[in-house]
Each structure stands twice: as structure tokens, then as C-alpha cells.
Write a protein of this length. Structure first.
Length: 181
């Protein structure tokens, strides 16, 4: 792992080191990323060599993704994207993730994403609360949404969607394709 870190930019190396310090050696190590599976409350944590500038709620770099099992209704995807561009829902896989500098900020983002999905907060309220907790962490005051996930992860979160083409239609399309060749 040390050889990999040596080639990473400082912004990404520092964030990845926080994960390594907490969880030890990664389960997978590649020059572009390190992956830990089933650590803490996470399905996986991915630290990447790449990092992205992020201005919300204050300038920082995103390079550590924390992933949980969580079903997001399709109608809530836009609200989550409006809340924080570093929160990603993967419908088919049944995953929700946040990418930031550390797992505490990811926990904060995911707790607020849950609040949005359940209707406890609207986007503006979630963004305002995120800013309050983020500043609180800097002041060393209590930050409950950064300490732990405030909800239970879902076991069966995958959403395979609904079939729209019948087996007969697939066979007919394949037969039509053969006729054209």
C-alpha cells in the first residue's frame, strides 16, 4: 500500500490514509484505488487517487466514497442530486453512497439524504443542517449526524426494475435481425 500512496496526490493520499488508519490494509489495492469491504457500518469504502474539488458547504476535496445498501425511490433522485452532487444513488444495485474527504462527512451526507427520502427535511433544510454540522465539527461541538448512521440499512435494497419486453417480442426482434443480415 505504501508504494501506491507514494504516487498519489497529497489531497487523495491524506484522505485515504484516514481510512487505512482506521480499518487497516485494504481488501483490494490498485494504483488508482483502495477498497475496504464490510468495515464499520459500510458495505464498502473506496479511496481513490483521483479527487474532485467540492465547494459545498466549504472548499474541500472529495476522494473517499462510503457505500451502504439503501433503496432510493426513483422520484427522489433529483432531490438528492440537488442536495449534494457527491451523493449517488444506484437504483439497480440498491446502493447509496457519499464521496467526501472522510467518513464523518459521508455519514452526515447519507443521514441527510435519508431525511430527504423520508420527507423529514426538504433539500434547503438538509443543506442548511449540513452546513451547521460541518461548522460544528470544526468548532469541536457535538455533531450527531457525523457520529453514526441514524437509520437502519436495508437488506433487500436492489431494484431490478420491471420488464418491458416479453420473451416473444425478444424472439421476434432477433428473427427480424437475422432477416436483415
Amino acid at each position: 500500500m505504501l508504494e501506491i500512496f507514494a504516487t498519489w496526490p497529497q489531497e487523495a493520499r491524506e484522505a485515504a490514509q484516514l481510512v487505512a488508519d482506521k480499518y487497516g490494509e485494504p481488501d483490494e489495492a490498485q494504483p488508482s484505488q483502495l477498497v475496504w469491504f464490510n468495515v464499520g457500518e459500510w458495505k464498502r469504502v473506496v479511496a481513490t487517487r483521483a479527487f474532485w474539488d467540492h465547494q459545498f458547504p466549504a472548499p474541500h476535496h472529495d476522494s473517499v466514497e462510503s457505500v451502504i445498501d439503501y433503496r432510493v425511490p426513483p422520484e427522489m433522485f433529483s432531490a438528492l442530486a440537488e442536495f449534494d452532487g457527491s451523493v449517488i444513488a444506484r437504483r439497480t444495485m440498491g446502493e447509496l453512497s457519499a464521496t467526501c474527504h472522510d467518513e464523518e462527512a459521508n455519514r452526515l451526507a447519507l443521514n441527510l439524504a435519508h431525511d430527504i427520502v423520508t420527507g423529514e427535511r426538504d433539500v434547503a433544510g438538509a443543506r442548511a443542517y449540513y452546513s451547521t454540522e460541518f461548522a460544528g465539527a470544526r468548532r469541536k461541538t457535538a455533531t450527531p449526524y457525523m457520529e453514526r448512521l441514524t437509520f437502519v440499512q436495508q437488506d433487500d435494497a436492489a431494484d431490478p426494475d420491471a420488464r418491458t419486453i416479453t420473451e416473444t417480442e425478444l424472439k421476434e426482434a432477433a428473427a427480424d435481425g437475422k432477416k436483415k443480415n
